[in-house]
Design a protein around this ligand. Structure first.
Ligand code: ADP
Ligand code: GN1
Ligand code: MG
Length: 363
């Protein structure tokens, strides 16, 4: 542990002595560390450097997260849930009573590390079913949050906006990379109109925005050792959105037969067993869904690999300014893998539609 980290941690109101600080997790946005404490009486902590180039209003960000975690904790208390510090994130205040510490350069936050938990980049059907239940329940609990949450990243999952941003990246060609990705740009443009269906339905008053997590990557859930969901984490993007966000982004990550950035495209595909298990769980717990929302779930399964192709390729064209990359062509490899996943989802469209009809008929 270096002196800088020690100073940052000492800004927070915690008991116990720190034994070590280690890098933690596979997130693309924040820098995350596990803070290991001495002895068994103090929990370990998770220290995060907030990416304030992406989350520009850190006060709004932390106010949102505190509102969300307090609301969920109250609901769970009413339901008699035990072990609350493993079921909902708990952030620690600084000695000044704030929920982040600014060290002159970066913003830091500290939360309790959820003990005996696991996070995965790959899950089986059983875990996916529990994840479906958990995200339906998460949206359910937040439906009556009494405060208006801010949009921590404006237009985050607005497909029309993401396409405008992408077209600007193509026009500017800042990194001189457009010529070698023409095939991908064409694939994006061919699908642009149908992929903006969500925004059109919303303007026509047919599709509501509800409080969603908006980053339901499978590694943003912590499971216990039996595969049950303990806690939904990474709450930076909780905001009003179409439920498609939470449904689609989980499938984008969990139902992919390969990694998000798999270079061998023959390994990338859409796993219908995971699709079915997650969809069953989600439909079991998300009782509030309208017929239009349910009918568009297969659209949502396609929308997220599509949106992610647009976002990864856009970042590649801009010279890799948004996502952390591990090697120079990483964003292009990610974009190609997401396009391949999208093609595979498109092939499964008829099967997905009939499966959803049959699940709904059996309720
Ligand atoms: P990012 O926005 O960069 O994805 P996350 O908040 O998702 O950051 O944290 C990155 C990883 O750290 C998670 O995928 C998870 O493995 C681990 N992690 C984060 N918070 C906790 C926590 N409170 N308890 C246990 N593990 C955590
Ligand atoms: C980012 O923070 P992380 O790694 O869970 C991104 C998501 C993308 C995802 C792609 C704030 O998620 O929107 O879908 O990478 N988060 C933000 O893997 O942009
Ligand atoms: Mg994350």
């Amino acid at each position: 542990m270096d002196k800088g980290q020690q100073q940052i941690i000492s800004a927070f109101d915690i008991k116990g002595k720190v034994a070590a600080v280690q890098p933690f997790g596979n997130g693309h946005i924040n820098d995350t560390f596990r803070v290991i404490t001495e002895g068994d009486n103090t929990p370990d902590f998770v220290l995060q450097r907030i990416n304030h180039h992406i989350f520009r209003d850190v006060d709004m960000l932390m106010d949102n997260i505190l509102a969300v975690t307090n609301h969920i904790r109250r609901k769970m208390e009413q339901q008699g849930v035990k072990d609350l510090d493993r079921r909902v994130l708990r952030f620690l205040p600084t000695h000044e009573g704030k929920y982040y510490h600014f060290d002159g350069e970066s913003f830091w936050r500290l939360m309790i590390c959820i003990a005996d938990s696991e996070s995965f980049d790959v899950v089986n059907a059983k875990y996916s079913h529990f994840a479906g239940l958990a995200f339906g329940e998460f949206q359910n609990m937040l439906a009556d949050i009494p405060v208006k949450l801010g949009e921590t990243i404006p237009n985050f999952h607005n497909m029309e906006f993401r396409l405008e941003e992408f077209r600007e990246a193509v026009r500017n060609d800042r990194a001189g990379r457009v010529a070698k990705v023409r095939d991908l740009i064409d694939g994006i443009e061919q699908r642009a109109e149908p992929m903006c269906e969500g925004e059109r339905l919303h303007r026509a008053g047919l599709l509501p925005k509800r409080i969603c997590h908006c980053d339901t990557k499978v590694n943003n859930i912590l499971f216990d050792h039996e595969g049950r969901v303990l806690c939904v984490i990474d709450l930076d993007t909780v905001m009003p959105n179409f439920i498609f966000s939470d449904y689609g982004d989980f499938l984008r990550t969990a139902a992919n037969t390969a990694a998000e950035d798999e270079p061998d495209l023959s390994r990338v595909g859409f796993n219908m067993e995971i699709f079915e298990a997650f969809t069953r769980g989600y439909l079991e717990s998300a009782h509030f869904l309208t017929d239009i929302e349910i009918a568009h779930l297969p659209y949502a399964a396609a929308l997220f690999p599509y949106m992610q192709t647009v976002r990864f390729l856009g970042d590649y064209l801009n010279g890799d300014t948004y996502y952390k990359i591990a090697y120079p062509e990483h964003n292009l490899v990610r974009a190609r893998a997401q396009m391949k996943l999208l093609q595979s989802v498109e092939d499964c469209m008829p099967k997905m539609k009939s499966l959803i009809v049959s699940i709904m008929n059996n309720y």
